[in-house]
Design a protein around this ligand. Structure first.
Ligand SMILES: Cc1cc2nc3c(=O)[nH]c(=O)nc-3n(C[C@H](O)[C@H](O)[C@H](O)COP(=O)(O)OP(=O)(O)OC[C@H]3O[C@@H](n4cnc5c(N)ncnc54)[C@H](O)[C@@H]3O)c2cc1C
Length: 212
């Protein structure tokens, strides 16, 4: 179980929709490709979307060593990381009861910088394989200078929560007989057929890209 603290306890639906179980939190993190990292500098909030990988109870992000964002949070200041996956638009009989089916995670943590070359190289493989599965061995090998130009930060996933809404709309009892359609509009996030760039028109689409 993850840590439930005052700042990971919501005021609404505290019991019904929330979870502090890794078995709920980790699959949401693994399904999502991107997260948003929020932090504050001199009382100015910033909220930056970025790619990430989860491994065990740690979340890894990377970027240019010159990135303002990474240089601020590498100091170990408090950050809040959020992830959301949206499954359905929930269409009710009244505007008030419209909703969304979603799976989301909020994490409070602090960054630690990883300088070890091998650990950084392994992260690049894991991030690449998460975003484009089975592609690492197909690609031109990573260069040492590419690893050196990139900063890798890791966050402990300890103080974290998941929130999940699923199911049909919930209309007021007095609205349930109204002749107004209600239900779900699925909004799947799915990979479609790859589109070749002009350098690849004569290169066959590799099998791992055709099937992702
Ligand atoms: C796609 C999407 C659309 C949404 N649309 C709306 C909307 O239109 N209006 C609305 O009021 N709410 C919406 N929500 C829910 C919203 O994210 C909050 O959960 C809710 O508004 C905050 O309730 P609260 O005041 O009880 O939480 P707070 O008291 O503000 O939260 C306390 C703590 O609970 C945890 N927590 C709160 N929300 C989440 C979450 N979603 N996932 C994981 N942990 C969480 C965090 O640790 C947070 O620090 C949406 C969520 C998603 C994912």
């Amino acid at each position: 179980m993850l840590e439930k603290t005052p700042r990971t306890t919501p005021s609404r639906y505290a019991n019904q929709r929330m979870s502090y179980d890794e078995a709920v939190v980790f699959p949401i993190l693994d399904d999502a490709l991107f997260c948003t990292v929020s932090y504050s500098v001199d009382n100015q909030p910033f909220s930056i979307p970025t790619a990430f990988v989860r491994k065990e109870n740690k979340l890894y992000i990377h970027g240019s060593v010159g990135s303002h964002f990474l240089r601020e949070i590498e100091k170990g200041i408090p950050v809040c990381i959020s992830v959301m996956l949206t499954d359905d638009l929930v269409v009710a009989k009244s505007a008030f009861n419209h909703s969304v089916n979603y799976r989301s995670v909020v994490i409070f943590s602090n960054a630690t910088k990883i300088d070890d070359f091998e650990a950084k190289a392994l992260f690049f493989k894991e991030l690449t394989e998460k975003i484009v599965p089975n592609s690492w061995d197909y690609l031109r090998p990573m260069k040492e200078k590419e690893v050196n130009k990139t900063m890798l930060l890791v966050f402990d996933i300890v103080e974290a929560s998941a929130k999940v809404r699923s199911g049909m709309p919930v209309d007021e009892e007095e609205d349930q007989g109204l002749p107004i359609w209600s239900g779900l509009i699925p909004i799947p996030s799915k990979r479609l057929t790859p589109i070749a760039d002009e350098l690849s028109v004569n290169i066959p689409l590799p099998e791992h890209l055709a099937t992702t």
